[in-house]
Design a protein around this ligand. Structure first.
Ligand SMILES: Cc1cc2nc3c(=O)[nH]c(=O)nc-3n(C[C@H](O)[C@H](O)[C@H](O)COP(=O)(O)OP(=O)(O)OC[C@H]3O[C@@H](n4cnc5c(N)ncnc54)[C@H](O)[C@@H]3O)c2cc1C
Length: 293
């Protein structure tokens, strides 16, 4: 029997990952799977396990660098409608893992629910944001998270409440294979005021970050009490390039992929910058960017 018999509709073979990442880089995934419901998610997970196929979960691909060689396994993406539902009840909002942060922000603001303004200008999905506790200087997604719906590798679905969750700086304690969705507690507020705050956060980001270029946001986490971007800038590395990858002039912690860039160029640039920062300041920068290689 074929490995994914009767699931062919949701499987693509040798799918170029460049089509699914903000960097627009990355070779083919052996299997690219978009389950349409929980049962299909469970079934593909089971078949992958039975056949020793590694599973990788992809959200919006906005924090990812995927190797030019691609992914020798199954990339599972919760982008079907079933994982993109939003439900508002009073000041609580339930959102599927596949909902884009920008549409959730729009929807909550329109309904006079504030608290998510700190997520303005952060691309990607609810699932990806929860996994790494996305956010910035105005707050992070963990702060408004009431509970998270999860599925482990055996298909067991469960919910973690706020008191079981831990969100730190660009990390969470979520280790379950799949984030299926979450419930957020927001605050009732004037839609116009919320809209104004979103605009302000967005403008601030736009003025300091190269939003319109191919990147994956900040490459490195900020070391304690320091800014990774400021260290890279101080070391004179703005504009440094490896092939088609270049350190942004606008924000030194953004590495841009120019036309013709390869994932390997970005990887080389990461090594080069990291080594220079160790040499110059004795600080070892930790990656914020997720790398599949
Ligand atoms: C221009 C730009 C600006 C950015 N600004 C910011 C910023 O201000 N603050 C910030 O924090 N980030 C920022 N980012 C990075 C990125 O947008 C966020 O980290 C975002 O939350 C990632 O979400 P995603 O859906 O794209 O996740 P992906 O990049 O697809 O995945 C990220 C991680 O989450 C895991 N994951 C994704 N979905 C699921 C799921 N359903 N279940 C289990 N695991 C899952 C993946 O396996 C991976 O480990 C920026 C990126 C860009 C391109």
């Amino acid at each position: 029997m074929k490995l994914f018999a009767d699931l062919e509709k949701i499987i693509k073979y040798d799918e170029p990952m460049a089509s699914h990442t903000w960097y627009k880089l990355g070779g083919p995934a052996r299997y690219f799977i978009t389950p349409e419901n929980h049962d299909q998610l469970l079934e593909v997970t089971k078949r992958c396990h039975e056949n020793n196929i590694d599973i990788y979960v992809l959200g919006g691909g906005s924090n990812m660098l995927i190797s030019d060689n691609g992914v020798d396994g199954a990339v599972i993406c919760l982008s079907a409608d079933c994982f993109k539902q939003v439900e508002i009840k009073g000041d609580h909002v339930k959102a599927g893992a596949g909902v884009s942060m920008s549409s959730l922000l729009r929807e909550t603001a329109r309904n006079g629910l504030g608290g998510m303004e700190c997520m303005a200008g952060i691309p990607g999905t609810v699932g990806g944001a929860l996994k790494i506790n996305a956010g910035g200087r105005f707050g992070d997604i963990g702060a408004m998270t009431w509970s998270v719906d999860l599925m482990d590798s055996s298909g067991y679905e469960f919910i973690w409440q706020a008191n079981e969750l831990y969100f730190g700086y660009r990390m969470s304690n979520i280790t379950a294979r799949y984030i299926l969705g979450a419930e957020f507690k927001l605050t009732q507020d004037d839609p116009e005021r919320i809209g104004q705050m979103i605009k302000e956060v967005w403008m601030l980001k736009k003025s300091s970050q190269p939003m319109e270029t191919r990147s994956a946001g900040c490459v490195f986490k900020n070391p304690r009490a320091m800014s990774a971007g400021a260290l890279i800038d101080k070391a004179g590395l703005k504009g440094t390039r490896c092939g088609g990858a270049v350190v942004s002039d606008r924000h030194a912690n953004f590495f841009i992929a120019e036309t013709g860039a390869k994932s390997q160029d970005v990887l080389n640039l990461i090594d080069l910058v990291r080594n220079k920062i160790i040499e110059r300041f004795g600080v070892e920068l930790e990656l914020e960017l997720q790398i599949w290689k």
